[in-house]
Design a protein around this ligand. Structure first.
Ligand SMILES: CC(C)(C)OC(=O)N[C@@H]1CNC[C@H](C(=O)N(Cc2cccc(Cl)c2Cl)C2CC2)C1
Length: 339
């Protein structure tokens, strides 16, 4: 722990503004893993040493070997996660997990089936869910809950900074127990989570330029540190893309003519009585490939079926603009302007 102030920082690496991950250790002696700290889920999983060689994605990542850890406790219960992007299967184990210098005895999943799509593209090894316990598969107590019950944190909160500047070191920071004033300016605006058990809030509307076009009767916004982009209902996003003159690519992405980027409108999210605007700098990913510029739009259409949906998911590109505090003590989320 940082001396006496009860906060525990973990530096994050930024990969292409789409994957932000930090290092944890599992086992004794420590086996190191890069994980996404994902507020949209609540389980910890890493690739397993006993992953079948059929799964290439296991062999391009660090794998946990329980037989090499003297603090490993066998469990063996089956485990699976159905992501929108692919499922993961494996089994449960228990061992000492160290996050930000804080050790916890944690039940986690060893993945033995890791689909190449999408995990061959992942720079991280696994996922550490920072969601509420009731999102946790198999009712496993999440890591942050185990850390809170040790009463070592100053406040029962964690905060996330995602940098957009490739030169800026580190690429981001997770702070457990508080916030890091080095990475935001001004004050926090808070809003209650819409249902006690998820990192989501009520959104009052989405404005493009000066006109409120979407979510006019109110809707739900999920603040998801594990998502790269902003997603909204497919119909709304396709209208939004038409409004800004974007064209759809095969795999669901959108691009705009780079010459038009500077004249693009702001997209503003009305949350908790405040307006959170993203300018074209925040939502256009400008890449030069083979000498030509590609300007992709970091919005995606995604239809989440009721009762969960329809929802908007505010991911990394939103968090990169608005430093976010996730407050478990008061069941609220705070935003401040990121530096
Ligand atoms: C219902 C439940 C299973 C809990 O839902 C979730 O877990 N929902 C998760 C919500 N947060 C994003 C997660 C996700 O999409 N990925 C895949 C991913 C994201 C960005 C970049 C890459 Cl390369 C990848 Cl592979 C996990 C790595 C975080 C799903």
């Amino acid at each position: 722990l940082s001396p006496s102030n009860g906060t525990a920082p973990t530096p994050l690496t930024n990969y292409l503004d789409t994957q932000y991950y930090g290092e944890i250790s599992i086992g004794s002696p420590a086996q190191m893993f890069n994980v996404v700290f994902d507020t949209g889920s609540a389980n910890l999983w890493v690739p397993s040493y006993s992953c079948s060689p059929l799964y290439t994605a296991c062999f391009t990542h660090n794998r946990y070997d329980g037989s090499k850890s003297r603090t490993h406790v066998k469990n063996g219960t089956g485990f699976s996660i159905q992501y929108a992007s692919g499922n993961i299967r494996g089994f449960l184990s228990e061992d000492v997990v160290v996050v930000g210098g804080i050790p916890v005895v944690q039940v986690f999943a060893e993945a033995t089936a890791l689909p190449a799509i999408p995990f061959i593209f992942a720079k991280f090894d696994g996922v550490l869910g920072m969601g509420y316990p009731n999102v946790a598969i198999d009712g496993i107590t999440p890591v942050f809950d185990r850390i809170m019950s040790q009463h070592v944190l100053k406040d029962e909160v964690f905060s996330v900074y995602y940098s957009k500047d490739p030169m800026h070191k580190p690429g981001g920071e997770l702070v457990m127990g508080g916030t890091d004033p080095d990475y935001y300016t001004g004050t926090f605006n808070y809003m209650g989570t819409s249902e006690a058990g998820k990192w989501e809030v009520n959104m009052k509307g989405v404005t493009v330029g000066e006109e409120m076009l979407f979510c006019k009767e109110g809707c739900t916004a999920v603040i998801d540190t594990g998502s790269s982009y902003i997603t909204g209902p497919a119909s709304s996003v396709s209208v939004l893309m038409k409004t800004i003159g974007a064209t759809e690519l095969a795999e669901g992405g959108y691009t705009v003519n780079c010459d038009l980027v500077k004249s693009l409108p702001s997209v503003t999210f009305h949350l908790g009585g405040h307006e959170y605007a993203l300018t074209e700098e925040d939502y256009i990913l400008w890449q030069s490939q083979f000498g030509e510029d590609i300007c992709s739009v970091t919005f995606r259409g995604l239809d989440v079926p009721p009762p969960t949906g329809p929802i908007w998911i505010l991911g990394a590109n939103f968090i990169a603009r608005y430093y976010t505090e996730f407050d478990r003590r008061n069941n609220r989320i705070g935003f401040a302007t990121a530096v």
